[in-house]
Design a protein around this ligand. Structure first.
Ligand SMILES: [Ca+2]
Ligand SMILES: [Ca+2]
Ligand SMILES: [Ca+2]
Length: 315
């Protein structure tokens, strides 16, 4: 090496934050917490969960790092257009907390991020599975496809922040024991929020879904089909803006549980649909409300729904 050359400084430029000096990394803390850290660039994170505590992650194609007794996965992708994919590759029997920050404090309105949770049809039978996603000022897309749930407490919560965001959750399978809670908060912007559940709800089991569009003209969709022998709670809140909410609940023949459903348009002129279909003679209880809020609202609903929409149609 030429000694006359000034050594290149080892510190990074001061405009960079401390966090962003580091390379993207995956590490295990305390033997039970997997930490995935991105940087200011676009990062691709892939998490593979065997379901039994064996969880690994890679970032930007790095070799997977993980452990066999992982209970927490913490992902912070920071700035840039980031994507995070979670795969459940076997029956989930171990508890897991999964927290994903797509760059809430770094991204601008120009950024685009995604978080995808694919359960590949595997059953969730862990005591607890908690998934939280923190969106950004940019465009965030959260997609989740879950299988059956047995004797588990499962929560999926997404705060999408500003921008035109998308949340879409699908559950294909019966929900038998404890429960499931799904909540999405669209924040500002035109947010497309959807949840689709195809499966029976067993006696004593609770399923709750909250879709909150926030400000902006939000399209919100909810579909449920199955035998309701436990309790189904559903609420969609349009917030400010001209929102379109379409909720279709079908309690299959033989349902003995309870359904509480509310669709609230909030301010401005909303187009609201709430259908709760039951079979004559079933003992399933229904409490359903369609509330247009301020503005001139259009309501379409089954006869078991109480509505105050200005333009009201019973179907
Ligand atoms: Ca990043
Ligand atoms: Ca956002
Ligand atoms: Ca709205």
């Amino acid at each position: 090496m030429d000694r006359q050359r000034t050594p290149r400084p080892r510190f990074c430029p001061q405009v960079e934050t401390l966090e962003d000096r580091c390379c993207p990394s995956v590490s295990v803390l305390f033997g039970n917490t997997l930490v995935v850290t991105g940087d200011a660039n676009a990062n691709t994170v892939v998490i593979n969960d065997a379901g039994n505590g064996s969880v690994s992650a890679s970032i930007d194609g790095s070799a997977p790092v993980g452990g066999t007794a992982i209970k927490n996965v913490i992902v912070n992708t920071k700035g840039g257009d980031d994507s995070v994919t979670y795969n459940l590759n076997g029956t989930a029997t171990s508890r897991l907390n999964l927290a994903i920050d797509l760059g809430a404090f770094q991204d601008t309105a120009a950024n685009k991020n995604s978080a995808t949770f694919d359960f590949h049809g595997n059953t969730i039978s862990s005591p607890y599975l908690n998934i939280g996603v923190l969106g950004t000022k940019g465009t965030d897309t959260v997609t989740a496809t879950l299988g059956a749930i047995t004797d588990s407490y499962v929560t999926l919560v997404a705060y999408l922040g500003d921008g035109n965001d998308t949340f879409d959750a699908t559950v294909n399978g019966n929900i038998d024991g404890y429960g499931l809670a799904i909540a999405a908060f669209g924040g500002n912007g035109t947010d497309t929020l959807g949840t689709h559940i195809n499966g029976d709800i067993a006696p004593g089991t609770y399923v709750g879904v909250l879709l909150d569009g926030g400000a902006g003209d939000d399209p919100i969709t909810f579909d449920y089909t199955g035998q309701v022998n436990g309790t189904l709670y559903f609420a969609a809140l349009g917030g400010a803006g001209n929102d379109t909410i379409n909720a279709n609940i079908t309690a299959n023949s033989g349902s003995t549980g309870a359904i509480a459903a509310a669709v609230a348009g909030g301010d401005n002129d909303d187009n609201l649909t709430l259908k709760v279909n039951t079979t004559s003679g079933d003992t399933v209880k229904v409490n359903a409300l369609l509330d247009g809020g301020a503005g001139t609202d259009t309501g379409t609903h089954t006869s078991n729904v109480i509505s105050n929409a200005e333009n009201d149609t019973v179907v």
